[in-house]
Design a protein around this ligand. Structure first.
Ligand code: ASP
Length: 368
């Protein structure tokens, strides 16, 4: 474990050196110096996101920013307390995600968006980075209050031989396991219902050339901005990642996105990194984005920052709006995104201070 004064240097490094306009080469050099230097292990670290999207600065007056910062901080503190007590990374990411699932600001749990048919269909996944890659995932949920806890229950259940459960049988399983079940109306919120109605008006028929068509401004505006995720490394060097969402605003009923798909929305591998993603789910699925971050580290020898930044930049080239958070076993992390903003934050046990951000002048690993 590094000392608090070392931590101050590390945090200073993240806060000051990773501010926009720093070239990627310089970021990597600094990171490598840190990794090879005396501050090798930053200790237990938790990084979270609350979704990437086309949020515009003018739509975020200070009061609204504060609301988001408070919720992100609450989420960070919930996970931090677990890590501070020597708890596991899987408990920490579950706790952090649950807070955001219970908060109507985020597109997960209580604040989930609606399908085109006017329903909420929730999904989640969770993974531990130990060699056998334990994982759990759930989708098409209407009544499970905290989808991330269902994913974790599946992962930890010695009698469940499966990774991924969906629909009514997943809900029955959740009930049998005595997880909290709610009436589907619990997920209704006025602002999401309004987004649903506005989205219906803007809806366009799908283009036959959709692979080559960049999303229109209207389509980007209809993006949900609020899928949630957390990645942590605990004092044992074990990494866990978790992601939960209501999906895309006005998605087709029955559409399953990247979030519950292992390797697409969530990945964890102690030897490389843990990752959670947010953005256009179809891109995450087609490109296997989050696992790609770990694969770059494994086969190209990239550090966690370069790997995450490269993957997100590659997505930009093909028109995919994407953000990821990634943490390695030493507590190095990256939070790059190619959209206008991403709700995000981090906390290190050695420091105990939550840091939260929305826009790129606050903290951004991509130089533009
Ligand atoms: N990736 C999610 C989905 O496509 C949405 C998001 O992250 O904002 O379902």
């Amino acid at each position: 474990m590094v000392t608090v004064s070392c931590m101050a240097a590390v945090v200073d490094f993240f806060d000051k050196k990773f501010v926009r306009k720093v070239s990627r080469t310089k970021e990597s050099k600094n990171l490598n110096e840190l990794k090879n230097g005396p501050n090798l292990n930053h200790g237990p670290t938790l990084v979270i996101h609350g979704g990437a999207g086309t949020m515009r600065r003018k739509d975020y007056p200070p009061e609204k920013r504060r609301e988001y910062f408070q919720s992100l901080e609450e989420s960070l503190i919930a996970g931090y307390k677990i890590l501070l007590d020597g708890g596991s990374s899987i408990d920490a990411v579950e706790a952090a995600v649950r807070i955001m699932e219970d908060c109507p600001l985020f597109n997960a749990g209580k604040g989930s968006v609606f399908t085109i048919g006017g329903k909420n269909e929730l999904e989640s996944s969770i993974m531990i980075g130990t060699p056998l890659h334990p994982a759990g995932a759930s989708t098409l949920l209407h009544t499970v209050k905290n989808p991330i806890t269902l994913a974790k229950t599946i992962l930890l259940d010695p009698e469940c031989r499966y990774v991924f459960l969906g629909g009514s049988e997943a809900e029955k399983y959740a009930k049998d396991k005595e997880l909290e079940i709610v009436d589907p109306g619990y997920f209704w919120t006025e602002h999401r219902w309004r987004q649903h109605l506005e989205g219906l008006e803007k809806q366009k028929p799908a283009s036959s050339d959709f692979l080559n068509t960049l999303p229109s401004k209207d389509e980007l505006d209809a993006n949900p901005k609020g899928t949630v995720g957390a990645v942590a490394v605990d004092k044992y060097g074990i990494i866990a990642s978790a992601t939960s969402t209501g999906g895309l605003n006005n998605k087709k009923d029955g559409r399953i996105g990247d979030t519950p798909l292992i390797g697409c929305g969530t990945w964890a591998d102690n030897e490389t990194c843990g990752v959670s993603g947010t953005g256009n789910g179809e891109f995450f699925i087609r490109f296997g984005i989050v696992q790609d971050v770990a694969t770059r580290m494994k086969y190209l020898g990239e550090n966690v920052v370069d790997a995450a930044v490269n993957v997100v930049e590659d997505m930009k080239k093909v028109g995919g709006e994407a953000g990821v958070i990634a943490v390695d076993k030493y507590g190095n992390f990256a939070m790059p995104y190619n959209s206008l903003g991403m709700y995000r934050g981090y906390i290190r046990v050695a420091e105990g201070i939550p840091h939260t951000f929305i826009f790129d002048d606050e903290l951004n690993l991509i130089s533009d």
